[in-house]
Design a protein around this ligand. Structure first.
Ligand code: HEM
Ligand SMILES: [Cu+2]
Length: 541
């Protein structure tokens, strides 16, 4: 851990009368639990990136390059499972939600601190089971992260263990969501009305409802796969009266809302960063807060846009296509409000803002390509092609990923009481953004040209674009290495900072950096909104 053990190190310092390792692993302090999550998530992220680099290397040329077809199927399945279930879904809510939410609302901790620690343990257990699925049974799972039947019901690879991991991880997610909902309702400091909640809290709130309401469906779906495999239940098998399309409905009823578990907290982070570094009140507080709830609600009604080509009635296709467009409206409202906040602001291009601006740009590419997929007519052409892979990487990596990196750079001085090298941080953001476009834009073109996704081999005419994309993956790797190295250096030897180095107006910046074990010595009384910068004092040392 990042703990140097020195006194005066806030919550990172030793706990009286407790062994060091135990005091971390069984901590009920939301800040420590958040850091534990962040550490695990970043480790899994590195694993996922290495698998991704292997996929791209294999695809640099047609035919076998570095691995066989069966290995390739396992590698992209694991890449998806690790990235989706172990990285992006828990990333911002479990790590930064935990660290920041109670500080943001002036609370001492989350509502159920022990449950919080238990959620983290569930995450660790789920992660261990997912990893052990690699080395046990008859070969690593090869179904893709969606575990589509009928293949997942009949393949002899280790699918059972992998979906067990997903089942357990689901519980971790549900319990975190439950904890946050109760915390936000019950533990706000006096004066912290719903209209004064930082927008990050609003997005965590919307996210938590999705976690609580949608994740149980994933759990049931995972159980049904196991039932199908072990007991031959026939729920999805037409020969026994089942229906394979039912599986897709169940899967996407969770997994589409899950993409909002991934993106909403990132939008919340961006909504915190942009006003601070433009030194302007956020434009349209109410619409940004409401659009989070609208996205969570409308986003729960659009799952079947993943199934336009699965054989639904034309009416269903029409309705789901229309509803998908409805979700684009609150998303666009947010982008408009961010840009309006920047307009004529006193802009300081510090690293958190650089990441936030890259987020806005990359998310727009992701959203617009999403509309191409949401229109049933164009989706029929590009469904299950590389276009889809390009789309969701723009939103997940460009969106959630950059939101996470932005959060890491924004709250770093608060959490560790030190500052990283800011020029190098800005450089890493730009290298990452360039690399990301070189990596994923060719995929959009490949998809339009008809290159299907998940294929091990391809026709020679696709080679050029694949080469460009693979080179992009190396640029991304360089950007990530620079970013992590820079943060690590900052952690070890960065300059000490004061309570409020960015001059932000939310409550966490009134505490020392790092914050003490018990957040607020006296319960704060809130008298102004989170974006009123007039009274705020910059405190860099
Ligand atoms: C305006 C916003 C968006 C629209 C209209 C949209 C639309 C779609 C559609 C229709 C598909 C299915 C395409 C197909 O399989 O043929 C899709 C796939 C996908 N989208 Fe989006 N999307 C949007 C935003 C997002 C966001 C915010 C995320 C994540 C943070 C996301 C993640 C994904 C993923 C992971 C897939 C691929 C799933 C798979 O493996 O099949 N999308 N999107
Ligand atoms: Cu979807």
């Amino acid at each position: 851990m990042a703990d140097s053990g020195a006194a005066g190190n806030g919550f990172l310092g030793p706990v009286a009368g407790a062994g060091h390792v135990r005091a971390w692993l069984f901590s009920t302090d939301h800040k420590r639990i958040g850091l534990l999550y962040l550490t695990c998530i970043l480790v899994m992220f590195v694993v996922g990136v290495l698998l991704g680099l292997a996929i791209r290397l294999e695809l640099i040329a047609p035919g076998e390059t570095i691995m066989g077809a069966q290995t390739y199927n396992a590698v992209f399945t694991l890449h998806g499972v690790v990235m989706i279930f172990l990285v992006v879904i828990p990333s911002i809510p479990a790590a930064f939600g935990n660290i920041i939410l109670p500080l943001h609302i002036g609370a001492e901790d989350v509502a159920f601190p022990r449950l919080n620690n238990f959620s983290w343990w569930l995450y660790v257990i789920g992660a261990c089971i997912a990893v052990s699925a690699l080395f046990t049974g008859d070969g690593p799972p090869d179904t893709g992260w969606t575990f589509y039947v009928p293949f997942s019901a009949v393949t002899t690879t280790n699918v059972g263990l992998a979906v067990t991991a997903v089942f357990i991880l689901g519980f971790s997610s549900i319990l975190t969501g439950l904890n946050f909902i109760v915390t936000i309702h019950r533990l706000r400091a006096p004066g912290m009305g719903w209209g004064r909640l930082p927008l990050f809290v609003w997005t965590l709130y919307a996210t938590a409802w999705i976690q609580v309401l949608a994740t149980p469906i994933l759990g049931i779906t995972a159980l049904l796969i196991v039932a199908e495999r072990v007991l031959g239940m026939g729920i999805f098998d037409p020969a026994r009266g089942g229906d394979p399309i039912l599986y897709q409905h169940l899967f996407w009823i969770y997994s589409h809302p899950a993409v909002y578990i991934m993106i909403l907290p990132a939008m919340g982070v961006v909504s915190e960063i942009i006003p601070v570094f433009s030194r302007k009140r956020i434009f349209g507080y109410g619409t940004i807060a409401a659009s989070s709830l609208a996205i969570a609600f409308a986003g729960s009604l659009v799952w079947a846009h993943h199934m336009f080509t699965s054989g639904m009635s034309d009416t269903a296709v029409l309705v789901f296509s229309l509803l998908t467009f409805v979700v684009a409206i609150p998303s666009a409202v947010k982008v408009f409000n961010w840009v309006a906040t920047l307009y004529k602001g006193a802009i300081r291009l510090e690293p958190p803002l650089t990441f936030a601006l890259c987020f806005v740009f990359l998310f727009c590419v992701g959203g617009l390509t999403g509309l191409v997929l949401g229109s049933a007519g164009t989706d029929v052409h590009v469904h299950d092609t590389y276009f889809v892979v390009g789309h969701f990487h723009y939103v997940i990596f460009g969106g959630t990923g950059f939101g996470l990196f932005g959060a890491m750079h924004y709250w770093f001085p608060k959490i560790f009481g030190r500052m990283y090298d800011r020029r190098r941080a800005n450089a890493s953001a730009l290298i990452l953004a360039v690399g990301l476009n070189v990596l994923y834009f060719p995929m959009l073109i490949l998809g339009l040209q008809g290159m299907p996704r998940r294929y091990y081999d391809y026709l020679p005419q696709y080679t050029d674009m694949h080469v460009v994309s693979t080179v992009g993956s190396w640029i991304v790797a360089v950007g990530l290495a620079l970013m992590f190295w820079n943060l690590w250096r900052g952690l070890r030897a960065g300059q000490r900072v004061g309570a409020n180095p960015w001059g932000a107006a939310t409550l966490e910046w009134t505490l020392s950096s790092p914050p003490p074990h018990h957040n607020f010595a006296r319960e704060p009384v809130v008298t102004a909104g989170p974006y009123e910068f007039a009274e705020v004092r910059l405190d860099d040392a």
